[in-house]
Design a protein around this ligand. Structure first.
Ligand code: NDP
Length: 329
């Protein structure tokens, strides 16, 4: 068995030296436990925050211990209520080839519904983040103009498409390369821009001349400031992530135009996908239907091999992924 440990805490941008590949024994299950041979694992921006030794909504990773994160794999030993050898399960102990866990902390998934990787991307936490953030937190209504940053990423690409499918009037996305911008147009975005091309404020004004009703924030910083400036009266922002500052040693100043929230009566609402489990069933039904009908597409960037997982994570922070970043083990 091999696993990836946190060797040291990054200061600013992480590097390969912050990770260590460690060989261990394949674990043996005790009563009620299962051993899962992981097939895919999720690579997520929030992991960067857990590498810092600070109190947050999830505990920090421990030094010289394996990292963790969402994974799917096949049960190869042990058993628990409703789970037996041969089943495919979704669980939280990625970043290792074999995971030992209590059967109750794994959920059986159906490998015949689609590729199992989808349980980490479109049909998993990523998809639910987009669905809950857009429809519940920001309460998007048909006809509205939606702006999403990080739009070619895992969450962002779902936000834009779900907005269109639920009747948004205009959907605008920003992303970090011309190829990503082209992909957004293919996915049905009405307008998209590369945020490297100039001030976000100017690009957003051109792309959404009538203003923005809903902003789905994956990025923070300049994007958030531009969105506040562009938002219409009673606009709502779902604050999902602020990846632009995850590697900053010092947090940036708040948006300089924050006072606009008063006159425009804006709502800026942070959320965590973990609080929206009540929407899961509705989400899976609706999204699986769109997938079946061919009305929703999703991209996955798949990196092979556990030893390449740190590179996958560093690549995610640099924007090397289109859609969901995954490691295949
Ligand atoms: P993505 O697939 O969107 O990958 C991250 C992307 O961020 C990169 O591809 C890169 O794309 C972009 N990026 C990196 N640095 C910057 C920067 N300085 N400015 C603008 N864009 C940047 O990841 P996810 O879809 O998994 O996550 C998206 C966001 O949602 C993150 O902020 C994450 O923390 C958050 N999140 C929050 C959850 C919640 O419960 N609140 C749950 C899941 C995710 P590009 O080439 O366009 O720069």
């Amino acid at each position: 068995n091999r696993e990836i440990h946190l060797a040291s805490r990054p200061q600013g941008w992480p590097t390969a030296d912050n990770f260590r590949l460690v060989e261990t024994e394949v674990p043996t299950p005790g009563p009620g436990q299962i051993v899962v041979r992981n097939q895919f694992m999720s690579v997520d921006p929030y992991m960067r925050g857990r590498m810092n030794d600070v109190k947050s909504y999830v505990p920090p990773f421990a030094l010289d211990e394996p990292l963790d994160g969402g994974a799917v794999g096949e049960v190869v030993a042990g058993g628990a209520d409703g789970i037996s050898v041969g089943d495919t399960v979704l669980h939280g102990l990625g970043w290792r080839e074999y995971a030992l866990l209590d059967g109750r902390s794994a959920r059986r998934v159906d490998p015949d519904v689609g590729p199992v990787s989808a349980y980490l991307s479109v049909l998993g936490m990523t998809g639910l983040t987009a669905y809950a953030g857009l429809l519940d937190v920001a309460a998007m209504r048909p006809g509205e103009t939606v702006f999403v940053s990080g739009a070619a990423g895992a969450v962002g690409s779902m936000v834009g498409q779900i907005a269109k499918l639920r009747g948004a009037g205009r959907v605008v996305g920003s992303a970090g390369s011309p190829a990503k911008v082209a992909r957004l147009t293919e996915l049905g975005f009405d307008a998209a821009f590369d945020y490297h091309d100039g001030p976000v404020r100017d690009a957003l004004k051109a792309a959404a001349p009538d203003g923005v009703d809903v902003y789905f924030d994956n990025v923070g910083g300049e994007h958030l400031e531009a969105a506040i400036g562009a938002m219409n009266l009673h606009g709502r922002a779902a604050i999902c992530g602020m990846i632009a500052q995850y590697n900053s040693a010092e947090p940036p100043a708040a948006p300089r135009n924050l006072a606009l929230v008063i006159g425009k009566r804006l709502t800026l609402r942070g959320f965590l996908v973990g609080d929206h489990g009540d929407l899961r069933e509705q989400f899976v039904t609706e999204v699986a239907g769109w997938l079946r009908e061919g009305r929703l597409s999703y991209d996955e960037t798949i990196v092979d091999g556990l030893d390449n997982a740190p590179d996958a994570f560093l690549g995610l922070l640099r924007g090397e992924n289109l859609g969901k970043m995954l490691v295949r083990l």
